[in-house]
Design a protein around this ligand. Sequence first.
Ligand code: SF4
Ligand code: SF4
Ligand code: SF4
Length: 560
Amino acid sequence: MIKNLFCIHTKKRGMWCPQVKKKTGMNSKAVLCILFSVAVAVICATVFVAQPVSSCYGPHVTANISATEINIYESVTVEGRVCLGLEDELNLTVRVTFVRPDYSWIDQPVEVDNETGDFSVTQELDMAGYWNVFPIYGHINDRLGVTVIDPSVDSSNPPPIVGSPFKPNMLVVTAAITTVSISAVVAVFGLRKKTRKISFLRLFIQVALVYLIFFGIFVDHEILPQPASKIPVHEFVVETEFFGVEMADGLPVPFFGCYYPCGRTVTCALWEIQTSIYPFWENTSGWGVTYNSPGYVRLAVIIGVVILLSVLLGKIFCGWVCPFGLYMDLLSYLRKAVKIPHRDFSESFNKKFHQFGYVILALLIVVSVIFASEAIVNAQLVPGTEDGGFVFQYFSAPFCQFCPMKPFCVLLESSVGLIRPEWISQVTTGDFYELGYYVTSLNLLVLGVVTVVSFFYRRAWCRICPLGALIALFNRFPPFKWVSVFRLDKVEEKCTKCGICKRVCPTQVTEVYDKKGGDVTTSNCIMCLRCVEMCPYEDALQLKAAGKTVLRSRNWLESS
Ligand code: SF4
Ligand code: SF4
Ligand code: SF4
């Protein structure tokens, strides 16, 4: 069965899953419909079935704090309840962690009432600034906050900051210098190879950009001279504002990269789109962040920025910038190193498979709108979407619960000490319905599948990536197509139909080969320029920027 599923898309085995068709009589459309229905069913089951009817759902902890503003050395009391779940365990202990503004913390273990699940703990707070308070039961935690004021310090006249508030983490700086230097050396040697010049230059740029994108990991939060205010400092490095709207999550960009390791300088547009719809459509605060405008205003700015970036650079984000694209490229390099040839999907399957990106994109927007129904049309369509409800806690930003990039973002952050590993470690092994704040079993499952498939099939995820689909929408379809800056051009008279461009394309674009001439850019093209690099005919393929040729194919068959 598994063998059949694995082989059904290979060219070798025929046009389209002959074994399946023979055994089941189903054609490709039927199989796609079934896959789509299963995906919708899984989402529905996760949201509706896994959500128990009681307001106290599952193993879960909710709590309240006695005050949100106190003077230094005063105490707060945290009172909460653990929903005892299916096991009805006795003698439970909850850990309540009071995190100081400088990120040191006080742990308070507290016993839970065996009958009610209630607990209560009091703590004196000894540092001015904003404290995060986490009542933690297993991996499930609530998040509270309290501002501690020191009356002896005039808050309107804060003491001058000694040194830079953004002290670099030297370990990360060293790692960055080392890896960027290694890739620079590889690129310099690679530039000598006529058929690898662009690929190695691209690899170098991809590696260097990873460090620029994940700017937040350079900040050493442990030794900050300035206490973090309101939210952890790594989440709030740079304030950005576009069109007069404060974008507290940073510039929305069309490539994968969660806001936490990015230091909120840039943030994946999918996250921003989803959360602007739900839960922030009308709200301006939540999850420890305060925005100065409601979600629908920010959504307009996000879409505007994404359109602008897509028109300007389009899929260059995919070929040259996206860290997850780099991950898949590294898998391909690994496959080549162990001398395993890549596999290809059948052409017809590849074209249909590509459409899934638009389906996922539509789904994540529709599901977010349904979740936000109370704010948008004043009617709650899904129970648990209220502030603090099940969906609010565990299923906001639905695509992020499945996103294969998220584990990298979270693990990267925890590896440099920006979040405590124990806050994420159990979530990664929890039951599927136990979706957490940081990384879920589903994320890991999807990442595992994508890793295996991308090892054999180049850039497999890119073919169904909703972010790639979003860029394509604003770059490859009219009217955006008419004004997009970059495009691939083919000169018909110079093309000999050798077929090399078709064979080397990592996403199996066929139009560059099939089309007669002119603009041959397609929505599936990731602008890696491998076809331009490998085309052996002078000027047959060209990269144009605003109508000007910036790169052209060369005759690499002749020795210079
Ligand atoms: S989890 Fe994935 S989709 Fe969500 S913000 Fe992170 S990279 Fe983007
Ligand atoms: S299509 Fe590929 S490269 Fe582009 S955003 Fe998606 S994962 Fe990244
Ligand atoms: S068509 Fe060319 S530039 Fe586009 S993905 Fe394929 S090889 Fe890369």
